[in-house]
Write a protein that binds this ligand. Structure first.
Ligand code: P5A
Length: 442
């Protein structure tokens, strides 16, 4: 993508309403614009990050055996009356009436709708276990939308729902999502810690929130410091018993403020390993048994021919919240520092003297070669001052910058800058592509 043909309205100063760094940087980098309280438009750069996050989520869901579908944002009130949640959900639900005076709502979550779909489509024990998921916009009329996309009213969520014959099988489905979450967040460069949590309006009696530690987090959390050093399991066989893989996370104390037990914390965690911090909830998983399938009669015929009510769980990831959360975890005084896996472009190509034919030619050639090598490039081909170009590149936080000027071109050299370390090296023009390809795989 050429900056001269792109749309990335960067701002020199952060708008005053932005209270936290991720919100400020997202606005300054031209990733989002507010269009109402807690409602945002995703500008091209922001959308690229959102899509990258969705792609990682999708890959890990598929790997764990979950099946993608897409449900609508609007749902019928009657469906929610079946589960008994229509009145219980309260003011957070945006209720809508259509031209025929039918009561509708903008879905805050999809337990009812998926239970209806599964009930209608699954008939026998052979149709389970299944876990279905989608990535779709939700609406919650939050009393205090704030911190940009972190607590929006409209937000993008991955929500998965599992259906099993028995509570034991349901726990296995739960475990698959749990392990997939560990892998998903790690691939985004995050250390997300599963912490015991309250179940709230979703229900059930087993729930974990996946929390990343950040000063600007909304909830207070407590955990053992060892949990910060754990690495997500690789090459997972999702058909095997996953409990041993999960054990390192479950053996050590970790709880959100709602369920925190100060006495247990003091007892189980040596004082020098106690972490009490603020956290951002990037995902939450719930096991709730027959809470929805009972009232909604989601049943299949068991092996013995008798009807069995299915056991379920639901599993959410805050896809749009993650954009802000990753920035909270990865930035410096100059701007965003994207982990390569989610960066809107992998490389920023900076032409220091647009209009100089030798420099233009070198840049055009690099642009083409990088593109052919499968590396996404944002090429600053504009006539802006060099200083302004550097500032913008640092602000938008692409992992690599290739800086091309007339003097270097004469000598066959360019500068390669790593955004995270700030390290700059001069390398041969002919080496750039290979070097960057190697950083992708190595
Ligand atoms: C699980 C999937 C659920 O809704 N039902 C379907 C269950 N869980 S949850 O914890 O309430 O939400 C899942 C994740 O969505 C993100 N999230 C939000 N992101 C931005 N703005 C909001 N207002 C918001 N509310 C929830 C969180 O990351 C949460 O973990």
């Amino acid at each position: 993508m050429r900056v001269s043909k792109f749309f990335m309205p960067v701002l020199r100063d952060a708008p005053r309403e932005a209270e936290i760094v991720s919100h400020r940087l997202m606005l300054r980098a031209g990733m989002i614009r507010q269009s109402g309280a807690g409602i945002y438009s995703w500008l091209p750069t922001g959308l690229r990050v959102l899509d990258n996050i969705s792609r990682i989520v999708r890959e890990e869901q598929d790997r764990a055996g979950a099946i993608e579908l897409l449900m609508p944002t609007l749902q019928s009130a009657d469906l929610w009356r079946e589960s008994g949640r229509y009145d219980a959900y309260g003011a957070e639900m945006l209720r809508i009436t259509d031209r025929h005076k039918r009561e509708m709502l903008y879905g805050p979550t999809n337990e009812e709708l998926i239970t209806q779909i599964f009930r209608d489509g699954a008939h026998s024990y052979r149709d389970v276990p299944r876990t279905l998921y989608h990535i779709q916009w939700k609406f919650r009329d939050e009393i205090r939308p704030r911190f940009g996309v972190m607590r929006g009213r409209e937000f993008l969520m991955k929500d998965a729902y599992s259906f099993d014959l028995t509570p034991e099988d349901a726990k296995k489905s739960f475990n698959r999502q749990f392990v997939a979450y560990l892998r998903t967040f790690e691939r985004m460069g995050l250390t997300a810690i599963p912490m015991q949590a309250e179940t709230g309006p979703i229900g059930g009696d087993l729930s974990y929130e996946f929390i990343i530690l950040a000063k600007t987090g909304e909830s207070e959390v407590f955990c053992h410091r060892d949990l910060l050093d754990l690495k997500a399991p690789e090459n997972v066989d999702y058909d095997s018993d996953l409990e041993p893989l999960m054990a390192p996370w479950l053996e050590k104390y970790a709880a959100t403020e709602d369920v925190h037990d100060a006495a247990r914390f003091a007892d189980e965690v040596p004082q020098d390993r106690q972490v009490s911090a603020r956290g951002i909830e990037v995902g939450q998983v719930f096991l709730f048994g027959t809470k929805y399938s009972d009232p909604m009669k989601c049943q299949v015929q068991g092996r013995d021919g008798k009807l069995v009510t299915l056991h379920s769980g639901s599993y959410g990831i805050g896809v749009s919240r993650l954009v802000g959360a990753i920035i909270e975890a990865s930035h410096d005084e100059r701007g965003i520092v994207w982990p390569a896996s989610v960066a809107p472009f992998k490389v920023g190509l900076v032409n220091l003297k647009a209009g100089d034919s030798a420099t233009d030619k070198a840049c055009e050639s690099l642009y083409e070669q990088l593109d052919n090598a499968g590396l996404s490039v944002l090429y600053d081909d504009t006539g802006e001052r060099a200083g302004a170009k550097f500032k913008t590149m640092d602000l938008i936080g692409l992992p690599w910058q290739v800086i091309v000027g007339p003097r270097g071109v004469k000598a066959g050299l360019v500068e390669l800058k790593n955004r995270a370390s700030g390290e700059t090296t001069e390398i041969g023009i002919d080496e750039v592509v290979n070097r960057l390809v190697a950083t992708q795989t190595g």
